[in-house]
Design a protein around this ligand. Structure first.
Ligand SMILES: C[S@@+](CC[C@H](N)C(=O)[O-])C[C@H]1O[C@@H](n2cnc3c(N)ncnc32)[C@H](O)[C@@H]1O
Length: 214
């Protein structure tokens, strides 16, 4: 997929709603303060990275795709650092970033467990990782049969599968939260979404947040 087309989706009414809902939930769970450092793993075009940098975080975006990184670099201010790399072997020392975020990226990575271990390794304080939820209406619409568009060849998980990725890692206070329950994004769907508690693990996006034990 072309990075400009992908990023333009965030400017459509539905894309803006999905992005905002995921961003609001992820940033609440990260609980970052101005001046904190943050790594966005699988940053793609940098939509989340840019917004987090806008909250005065020292942001770094990492992605293996040079074209997507070039798009991200060209559409952001110079304070953001962009690094080409792979989630399975993050090119940073242990505990390098106060916070690590990853949204809808590990579902495209072979050996997600290794990528989760790497995210925990480079985090100093908190991490938030967002996955596609197999127990959701979004999966029924976009995931079945191999998926389509930006969802093509993504893996979709259950909450139990996600919890299992963290077994044996130095983490505590794991929380599972969800968003995008009614993926049509109509006015009614958006209205209903406001009243659904994010602890209900049935939204299209499942986020696992936690704290690193150092
Ligand atoms: C659907 S995009 C998500 C981009 C961005 N996080 C967002 O939510 O807008 C998936 C991203 O995962 C990246 N990705 C694929 N394999 C990866 C790997 N091994 N390590 C890190 N990122 C990877 C892709 O290059 C792509 O940018």
């Amino acid at each position: 997929m072309d990075p400009a087309d992908y990023d333009a989706w965030y400017d459509t009414p539905r894309g803006r709603w999905v992005g905002d809902a995921e961003f609001d939930l992820a940033s609440r769970l990260l609980d970052a303060k101005p001046g904190d450092s943050l790594l966005d793993v699988g940053c793609g075009t940098g939509w989340f990275t840019r917004r987090l940098a806008g909250m005065k975080l020292q942001a770094t975006g990492l992605d293996p795709d040079p074209d997507w990184l070039a798009y991200a670099r060209a559409h952001s201010d110079r304070a953001i650092r962009w690094v080409e790399g792979d989630a399975r072997r993050l090119p940073f020392p242990d505990s390098s970033f106060d916070h690590v975020l990853s949204i809808a990226a590990l579902c495209f990575v072979e050996d997600e467990r290794q990528a989760v271990a790497e995210i925990v390794r480079v985090a100093r304080r908190r991490f938030v990782i967002g996955w596609l939820n197999r127990t959701s209406l979004l999966y029924r619409e976009k995931g079945r049969g191999g998926g389509s568009g930006a969802y093509r060849s993504a893996r979709w998980h259950t909450a139990a599968e996600l919890r299992a990725f963290f077994a044996g890692l130095p983490v505590r206070d794991l929380k599972l939260r969800s968003a995008i329950y009614l993926p049509s994004g109509t006015k009614l769907a958006r209205g209903i979404e406001k009243f659904v508690p994010s602890v209900l693990p049935l939204g299209g996006m499942l986020l696992v947040a936690g704290e690193k034990i150092s």
